[in-house]
Design a protein around this ligand. Structure first.
Ligand code: SF4
Length: 235
């Protein structure tokens, strides 16, 4: 497995650092966005805000604007709040105390940045674990992620080139297509994203906007109603 990773592991920019802030940025971006889309955004983000302190000092509106296009905008706002918490109090021992950081992200930052002996189990890692039944060590995390993303694929795994094939009880199996994600087109999520995009471009009159979407975005702290009550702005 180690030899396979050394030869086939993906060369990703967040693998060239052990800075917990940079790893946190990458993990939050990767939560629901594909690797190829994250790479340029991650590099631009770190250029703009190279540290938790720099991000903490930025206005929320700027952060929300910079997050546009990555989807699930609450992630950007939570990252900003996490940076403020880190800038004020340092990194907590329990990383899940940071806004937007769940057990998986905490394990990933713990392993990749802080050298903690914990295996971050994302969908790719879980799939390889389930199919092989093996007990993997935390040191195998990056390799497992790449194996799940490129070889042990969800439907038709490429067992003929898999380094674990010799001992894998699932070798050669095929899998039913998984349930499709609910449609984004026409969804409330799309309405929220469209509304936020408009407000991020410039302050908008409330009457021209989707009121339900505005209310939901305001509850998440992503937009706010100006004191006059008729205009919507970023926080
Ligand atoms: S042998 Fe096939 S099913 Fe088993 S881990 Fe490798 S790719 Fe996945």
């Amino acid at each position: 497995m180690r030899a396979w990773y050394a030869e086939h592991g993906r060369d990703l920019p967040w693998r060239q650092t052990r800075d917990p802030y940079a790893i946190l940025v990458s993990e939050v971006m990767l939560q629901q966005t594909q690797v190829e889309r994250v790479i340029p955004r991650y590099l631009a983000w770190l250029k703009q805000w190279p540290s938790a302190e720099a991000l903490a000092a930025a206005p929320a509106a700027e952060v929300i604007r910079a997050w546009q296009g990555l989807g699930h905008n609450r992630r950007g706002l939570n990252l900003h709040r996490a940076a403020q918490r880190i800038a004020a109090n340092g990194w907590p021992e329990d990383l899940t105390e940071l806004p937007g950081v769940g057990p998986y992200t905490a394990a990933a930052v713990g392993n990749f940045a802080l050298g903690r002996a914990v295996l971050p189990v994302d969908t790719n890692v879980m799939r390889v674990q389930e199919r092989t039944g093996f007990d993997f060590s935390p040191a195998a995390a990056q390799g497992l992620m790449d194996l799940g993303a490129t070889i042990c694929l969800a439907r038709i795994p490429r067992c003929s080139v898999c380094p674990l094939a010799a001992d894998c009880p699932s070798r050669g199996r095929r899998y039913e297509p998984q349930r499709k994600q609910s449609r984004y087109e026409g969804s409330f999520r799309q309405r929220r994203a469209r509304t936020l995009r408009l407000v991020a471009e410039s302050e908008q009159p409330l009457r021209g906007l989707d009121h339900e979407a505005v209310a939901s975005l305001a509850r998440d702290g992503l937009v706010r109603l100006a004191p006059c009550g008729t205009k919507v702005t970023l926080p």
